[in-house]
Design a protein around this ligand. Structure first.
Ligand SMILES: Cc1ncc(COP(=O)(O)O)c(C=O)c1O
Length: 373
């Protein structure tokens, strides 16, 4: 029996080892981007909120967001301005600029290109579109630490760029975010907030060990319900938006994981190409795009067979997900996104897996798909 989780197991990416040089974070990341200022925030969604506030947007301003994205994005934008969902491209599921063009009005002030699941969006095209319509570009790189565009870490060609350190990410302090900003923006109020006291860390680790031994359908609900309260957040909601410095321990955790990032993204890419090569003909793979960081590996399964495949894989111990199974647009408003939400099925691709386990997952997926035909 195979038993694998979809997300990284916390202890496998170093969350319990604050072993990096704290002084190096976030400077080491900044040096890889076109920015030279960063603000730590309690989450990626808070970073998005902060960017729009910092840029002076108001409630009547409109912000173009992908219709196929995390609910928290719509909520964070909605706290400052009016979110306007844009349909996505049929292959990449990234924001469709042609559709965006039709949704621009004289109130449109910003666009939020998103490197969905680590696949780099064409930022030069986004920047040209933004220049044409005089829009601010807030780059959502929540999934894209380690993703490259034109061979460099994403975080160029935009006015603001946000990252998320939530527990599902390859670099994580269990919960946290970072916003890269333009040099001229005002200095934020800061407070040091240690979300990772030794007691909390011990509790999180113990719980995570127990939960990581429960793959299958119970895993995510339990993880969200039991682990999230440690950090007072829940899916989609924007609770705390106060800028804050990282504690020494968080910086050391993040720095250590960041140092290992290149190897871990290489492992993700290796797993993705094993899936690309090994899965049966009829299963549609995600596009293989240079620089993809494979935060997720998303199969595109015909809607009538997606749920049976999902349930069968869960039963067989493969922690897969249907994320996102929703859109942030109204039904019918963004038809490609509507279809997409019914088709996606994400296979485990995290760096805690070894090649042999990925091969076994391939065998189980192929056999299950065959049985369902
Ligand atoms: C695409 C995207 N943007 C932004 C966020 C917000 O990040 P956080 O969960 O750290 O608030 C998420 C959530 O993971 C996300 O998936």
């Amino acid at each position: 029996m195979i038993a694998v989780t979809e997300y990284i197991a916390l202890e496998s990416n170093g969350i319990v080892r604050p072993d990096g040089d704290a002084e190096r974070f976030p400077d080491a990341l900044l040096r890889q981007t076109a920015f030279d200022r960063a603000v730590a925030l309690p989450s990626g969604r808070a970073a998005l909120w902060y960017a729009l506030r910092d840029a002076g947007l108001e409630q009547a301003d409109e912000v173009l967001i992908p219709s196929f994205t995390d609910l928290s994005v719509k909520r964070a934008v909605g706290m400052v301005a009016r979110p306007v969902p844009v349909d996505v491209e049929p292959d990449s599921y990234n924001l469709d600029l042609e559709d965006a063009r039709g949704r621009v009005t004289d109130r449109t002030a910003a666009i939020v290109p998103t490197h969905l699941w680590g696949e780099p969006i064409d930022m030069r095209a986004v920047a040209a579109f933004a220049a044409e319509h005089d829009l601010l570009v807030v780059e959502d790189a929540a999934h894209a630490l380690g993703t490259t565009y034109t061979s460099e870490q994403v975080g160029r060609f935009s006015d603001y760029c946000l990252f998320s350190f939530r527990f599902t990410k390859e670099v994580t302090s269990y919960k946290g975010g970072l916003l890269l900003l333009p040099a001229g923006s005002t200095a934020p109020r800061k407070r040091v907030c240690d979300r990772l006291s030794p007691a909390k860390l011990g509790g999180v680790l113990a719980l995570s060990r127990v939960l990581d031994s429960i793959p299958g359908q119970l895993y995510h609900p339990l993880r969200n319900r039991l682990l999230d309260p440690y950090f007072r957040t829940s899916a989609g909601r924007v609770t705390d938006v106060t800028p804050q410095s990282f504690s020494e321990r968080e910086r050391s955790l993040l720095a250590g994981q960041y140092e290992r990032l290149a190897d871990r993204v290489a492992a993700r890419r290796r797993h993705a190409s094993r899936y690309d090569e090994g899965l049966v003909e009829g299963l549609e793979r995600p596009p293989s795009v240079p620089g993809h960081g494979y935060f997720r590996y998303s199969l595109r399964v015909p809607a009538s067979r997606r749920d049976p495949l999902y349930r069968a894989l869960q039963r067989r111990g493969i922690g897969c997900s249907k994320s996102y199974s929703y859109t942030v647009s109204a039904p019918g408003e963004c038809p490609v996104a509507d279809r997409t939400a019914d088709r996606v099925l994400n296979l485990p691709v995290h760096a805690g897996l070894d090649d042999g386990t990925v091969d076994r997952i391939v065998d189980v997926v192929n056999a299950t798909w065959d049985e369902l035909r």
